[in-house]
Design a protein around this ligand. Sequence first.
Ligand code: AKB
Length: 363
Amino acid sequence: MEQTKKIVSDKMIGTDFSKKKLKYKKINFVILQAKKVKTTINLSTIMKKILIIGASGQIGSELTPAFRKIYGSDNVIASDCVYPLRPELAEAGPSEKIDATKQEEIAAVVKKYNIDTIFNLAAILSAKAELNPMLGWNIGIGSLLNCLEVSRELGTALFTPSSIGAFGPETPHDGTPQDTIQRPKTIYGVTKVTGELLSDYYHKRFGVDTRSVRFPGIISNVTLPGGGTTDYAVEIYYAAVKEGKFTCPLEAGTFMDMMYMPDAIKAIVDLMEADPTKLVHRNSFNVTAMSFDPEMIYAEIKKHIPSFTMTYDVDPLKQGIANSWPNYMDDSAARKEWNWKPTYNLETMTIDMLKVLKERFNK
Ligand code: AKB
């Protein structure tokens, strides 16, 4: 894979946290007993009743119909804090209003439908969270802790996505290993590392069946992402089809891992259906399908739309974040432990994205 050095600058991320003094309450640590703890381990992870939290978001809006096809419409409960859900989601199966920062709302739906697996997709993406760090933390960690507690009390399995954002400037950027330095400099990254640690903690301490992948930028054509650093890789396709030109917010040579939505859904299903005895890792697995920079995706689109043009207007916040993330990850642990294998590359994804968008916009 092509390797390009990134210019890493923490200052570009734009927030100086060092001056802020945080007051911590003294925490009384519970000494973990070596003897057996009451466990809620799911011996089989075959999902029968599924709750999706954040069903209207970029991943949820495609995961929900995909799950309804696999597991049956009545067995997949779509929920979001914005309610009612869009007709495509609301009319095709059960739906509920859940504000994931309220534990009792999650617990009530889990009890009502006898849920065995929760997919917690509530999050504020990297660039947006940097503009409101407390919101990023409260949504990311508030919803996760609530889901972990509900899972512990009611015995459900739990999937929560992590991200390439869980890495930072000190992480090796080329072939980023599964187990390596994780010192992110964004609040999004801090929530993702915290989420990985909490999820592993709940598995080891209470036996909750927690699993997760570190998603790269996800490219899709149903719901636009919002506030992410990798969003340009979705927006470029829409701009190419609708306007024939695109202004890129990241510099040429900025490599990041990416994945087409069908592979993201495949990764979630494959991991959640994996034999738990084969899992050495849990929270969270590196997964990737491709790595490219703006010039490469531009050239690929231009093969199909020769008149397409691209200029640059670099966003310093997004550039700083992108520079701190991997150029490409090593996902061999996922390949070994649960047979991860993506289907799409840049070429095949581009053909599909352009076909779908041209049809939608009559181009
Ligand atoms: C973002 O850019 O914030 C997300 C991510 C890679 O987690 N798409």
